[in-house]
Design a protein around this ligand. Sequence first.
Ligand code: IPM
Ligand code: MG
Length: 357
Amino acid sequence: MRQYRIALLPGDGIGPEITNVSKRLLENIAKKHSFQLTFEEHLIGGAAIDKTDSPLPLKTLQACQESDAVLLAAIGSPRFDDLPRETRPETGLLSLRKGLGLFANLRPITIFPSLIDASSLKPDLIKSVDLMVVRELTGGIYFSKPKGRVKTDSEERGFNTMSYSTMEIDRIAKVAFELALKRKRKLCSVDKANVLDVSQLWRERVDSIAKNYSEVDLSHLYVDNAAMQLVKEPCQFDVILTGNLFGDILSDEAAMLTGSIGMLPSASLSSEGPGLFEPVHGSAPDIAGMDKANPIAMVLSAAMMLRIGLNEEAAARNLEESVERVLADGYRTLDLMSPGCKALSCSEMGDQLLLSI
Ligand code: IPM
Ligand code: MG
């Protein structure tokens, strides 16, 4: 029997609730598709700070490195807002990305027909949206040096550096071109080459990689224009390739096209080791522990884990179809609730999903 080791990271806020739902579903899916999953739970984020003083204990990183795939719920809590940056929950996530070499972040944005009215954009504009944000995840302004804060007699200065090497640009560009080949063969690279040197290099390298992918229709947009085009005419996009900071911002914007960030999964991949699969949303501390959260983004992240991380395509499809069915039947968590639909708690949504796999 095929066997996989999953490192499960519930994290903070609504994390444990949505993890319970995802784990139950995965156990059932595995049984149905004749493979075995073993789960090992580990601490990250605020939960890890509380117990170990570190947002990413070494034990967690090692367990993740030794797993076949990592499934993470969410990190972050306002309780830690005043800590120095190195000891905040977010630093745990960034160190995990770096520690696993997860340079490629894939954020698919698709519209569920039954949720089309949840978007703040007109249905006509978004009904055929199907795009993928490919965000570079271990470089750029998030990680480059020098960075820090320096005090002089009269003032203090804070600074970061946005840098990319040709190696870093080439490898993420290849991921994006390969994905475009399997999709609609359109790739839009987003930068700020009219202002930033780092973006000029980015654009030159993407153009150079494009020579090996003549079947892909490549375009370039400046990031400010891309932000505008995303709400003006989102259907023009297939694959969007961009750096760490621009990808962070544009993927939240693209996520809202669907009406709820509570629906969006992501995959972060390295060149050979295990991938990390996590919802795009955060830990929603305002509703933590109240059984009100929407578990679907994590369930769909689990589906991406099955497909990309474990190569279990049929099981992945099965899980995604159960989400489609439950939504089509009118079941909604509170964030998606609309008149005539049936409101469910997080765990009840888990029950419904379980019934439909
Ligand atoms: C994301 C998040 C993270 C990021 C935070 C939590 C560090 O916003 O995954 O988009 O900025 O990358
Ligand atoms: Mg973000």
